[in-house]
Design a protein. Structure first.
Length: 329
């Protein structure tokens, strides 16, 4: 794809309620020590009832627009990556469009679980190839807690809520972040290792029947762990090779923030020092599709990334789906 694609604004939003590992100890049979040593997570943010997916997305979108120096009226498309939208219908993207005071422009949700933001980013690149004048709002927003069984200690300690947004245009801009390349992959044959079955057409809700554990995230943690490490390492190397680069050419890696041990294993496989890796999983846990845009926004706003740097993003999620993106600052 030869057209220029540039991120001209970034924004992130986290709900105000912070849940510590001590809070988790009061909810399920777990310990701060177990959570920290197995996952690296100390705290995560939980949405309240008045903070559904669209509200988090809206806050992140407003910040991204402000960062870009644009108004909502400048947008031409809205893409939202999520597995925990407000409803089955209407879509969160359409709700967000209305919240932004817009009508008419195309808006849709994209379901690729934790890879949702990078899937949306590649979709934005494709749209910009067709419509070079496009100005696309790309959001990853999740209320993972709406799909967590808060009695299941094997999953509920891992996740948090949040949103991140990017404004993507086809115009080069001073200070903009060039999207050099994106690679997407999926393998449905191992999809049963990480599921939320309940409510789908193959697992229909029955009026008046109790909500069972199938309505929440269920996973084989060990197998997910192994696939996450292998797929994120492999796709990072493939994307770098496609651009005649090696891991040492990258100034900062921003991997999906699922677990510090997954992140460290990927860094080891790539042969990069943890100094080159952005980590916030300790503070916010796994925010699924919001993980990458929140981390990218934080890295930019904290001054961790300077002009001229190359940054590699990589994500992995249910499906399975996985993805990588190369950015030039
Ligand atoms: N507190 C205390 N004990 C726990 C907890 C908990 N919260 N959860 C599980 N345990 C117990 C298990 O029951 C098990 O006990 P047993 O030996 O008596 O059966 C024991 O701890 C060890 O369990 P393991 O599964 O071996 O623990 P492991 O070291 O594999 O860590 C973990 C589990 C953290 C889930 C890990 O497998 C993991 O991170 N997997 C990746 C999952 C993930 O990140 N998924 C997110 C979605 S995909 C993505 O975003 C990449």
């Amino acid at each position: 794809m030869s057209s220029t694609c540039t991120i001209v604004g970034l924004g992130a939003h986290l709900p105000r309620t912070i849940i510590t590992n001590a809070d988790m100890e009061r909810m399920v049979d777990t310990s701060d020590e177990w959570i920290r040593t197995r996952t690296g997570i100390n705290t995560r943010h939980f949405s309240q009832d008045n903070e559904p997916c669209s509200v988090l997305a809206h806050q992140a979108a407003l910040k991204a627009l402000e960062h870009a120096g644009l108004s909502a009226q400048d947008l031409t498309h809205i893409f939202v990556g999520t597995f925990s939208g407000d409803y089955n219908l209407p879509t969160t993207a359409c709700i967000l469009q209305d919240m932004l005071g817009l009508k008419g422009l195309p808006a849709f949700d994209l379901a690729a679980a934790c890879s949702g933001f990078l899937y949306c980013l590649e979709t934005a690149r494709a749209y910009i190839a067709l419509h070079p004048e496009a100005c696309i709002l790309v959001v990853g927003s999740e209320v993972t807690t709406s799909r967590l069984n808060l009695e299941d200690r094997t999953t509920c300690v891992l996740f948090g809520d949040g949103a991140g947004a990017a404004i993507v245009t086809g115009q080069p801009r001073l200070g903009g972040i060039r999207i050099v390349d994106v690679m997407l992959k999926a393998d449905g044959s191992v999809g049963n290792l990480l599921t939320v079955h309940g409510g789908g057409s193959a697992c229909k809700p029955v009026l008046g029947a109790p909500i069972g554990p199938e309505y929440f995230v269920q996973m084989n943690g060990r197998d997910v762990f192994k696939h996450a490490v292998r797929f994120m390492s492999d796709i990072s190397i493939s994307l770098l090779q496609r651009n005649n680069l090696v891991p040492h050419d990258i100034d900062l890696f921003i991997p999906h923030q699922a677990n510090i041990r997954i992140i460290e294993a990927i860094a080891k496989k790539l042969g990069v020092n943890m100094d080159q890796v952005y980590v916030n999983v300790d503070r916010i846990g796994n925010t699924s599709a919001a993980s990458i845009p929140i981390a990218l926004t934080e890295a930019v706003q904290s001054g961790r990334i300077e002009s001229g740097m190359k940054v590699l993003l990589t994500a992995f999620g249910g499906g399975f789906t996985w993805a990588s993106a190369l950015l030039q600052f």
